[in-house]
Design a protein around this ligand. Structure first.
Ligand SMILES: [Mn+2]
Length: 375
């Protein structure tokens, strides 16, 4: 049996108001192509189907279309909810979907939902925090669950894992190895302060599983062994991921150790362009999603207008020069009776973080004088 593992689709996601709709549509088609070419029997998606708990109609249609196509191809789909998904929304229709080989699990009631296909048992664990289990325990028992690791221990102790079969777990959690957290990027929007190691699960707890299909972390990576993996997002969702290679994992249930990573080629790539305004305007034009980092010492007025003529999907711009990055400390107070020259002086200081040179002072004074003469 051939299995494909992806996760964190974040359907409906925008970045700086730029929609990923076409990119997501394209990459789901790419995944369908891989399913066809590689003769995949089962697709695993452990969480974060949608970017928002109330997905847009476009996002719902994308997922609907994806599931329908897989179902028609007789491919089984196993889905669990992530922290971005609303359990109620995602589980809508799930009882009927079961009849079409689509299994969506969004809740835990004391036993992990299991789907058996041939010689493999799949355990579908949705995103959980300890408080989700409170109603399943008595008070003293609950008091002993101090963190996600305790929670996972409690959950797994209640499972009877059949060692005569292959066992695969789907989970949407932080899994750490030897005290090291997984490598994160900006699009996860998980604050590390609130997370810390409180939410982390020790990978050694998962030793009974032949493969662990993880979601939650957007950078593809293995944790401890090749067969405990974050597939990562199918697309780059932040500029911190420009150098990442996105992929899906292909697993053969007869040879689980030999996992295969298949790179996904996006409709539009993502790039960070760094340089002076002039050098960037001389770079090769591109339709990629672009962030520009300007190195010019002098302020450039509305550079984005020109940049967008060359890079129509430029969506983010920062100035790297020392003045611009210091601006918040240089807010200048202006008075009502300031002369035009004094006003300009304040404006210059605020824009550039320094006083004008003598030459610049003379220049602006002469311009103001000329204007006065014109009036
Ligand atoms: Mn996610």
């Amino acid at each position: 049996m051939k299995i494909l593992h992806t996760s964190d689709l974040h359907l409906g996601k925008n970045l700086s108001e730029e929609s990923f709709y076409e990119d997501q549509k394209y990459i789901l088609d790419e995944i369908i192509n891989i399913v066809t070419e590689k003769k995949i029997n089962v697709v695993l998606i452990p969480g974060d189907i949608y970017d928002k708990s109330i997905p847009s109609s476009d996002a719902s249609m994308l997922f609907d279309n994806f599931l329908t196509r897989l179902s028609k191809m007789n491919v089984k789909v196993l889905v669990t909810s992530g922290n971005h998904d609303s359990n109620e929304r995602l589980s809508y229709g799930s009882k009927i979907f079961n009849e079409f080989n689509i299994h969506i699990v969004t809740s835990y009631e004391g036993q992990i939902e299991k789907v058996s296909i041939d010689d493999v048992d799949f355990y579908l664990l949705p995103f959980l925090k300890p408080f989700h289990l409170k109603h399943l325990m008595d008070e003293t028992e609950y008091e002993n669950i101090k963190n996600s690791n305790d929670m996972m221990k409690w959950i797994l102790e209640r499972e009877k894992i059949d060692k005569n079969k292959k066992n695969i777990l789907l989970a949407h959690q932080f899994v750490m190895w030897d005290g090291k957290m997984p490598e994160q990027c900006d699009s996860e929007s998980i604050s590390f302060n609130s997370v810390g190691t409180l939410d982390a699960i020790d990978v050694n707890l998962l030793d009974d599983f032949d493969y662990v299909a993880l979601g939650h972390i957007h950078r593809p990576q293995k944790i401890k062994r090749d067969t405990v993996r974050y597939s990562g997002t199918p697309l780059k969702y932040s500029f911190s991921e420009v150098n990442d290679k996105k992929s899906v994992v292909i697993i053969d249930s007869d040879n689980i150790e030999n996992i295969e990573l298949l790179e996904l080629k996006p409709l539009r790539n993502m790039q960070v362009l760094r340089g002076t305004f002039d050098s960037i305007m001389n770079m090769k034009s591109s339709d990629d999603i672009i962030k520009v980092e300007l190195e010019d010492e002098n302020t450039i007025i509305s550079p984005m207008e020109d940049i967008k003529k060359r890079f129509k999907n430029a969506i983010s711009l920062v100035f790297l020069n020392k003045y611009e990055s210091n601006i918040e400390n240089k807010l200048v107070e202006i008075k009502e009776d300031d002369s035009p020259y004094e006003l300009f002086k304040s404006f210059f200081l605020e824009q550039n973080g320094r006083e004008m040179t003598n030459e610049e002072q003379e220049y602006i004074k002469s311009i103001i004088e000329n204007l006065k003469e014109d009036i």
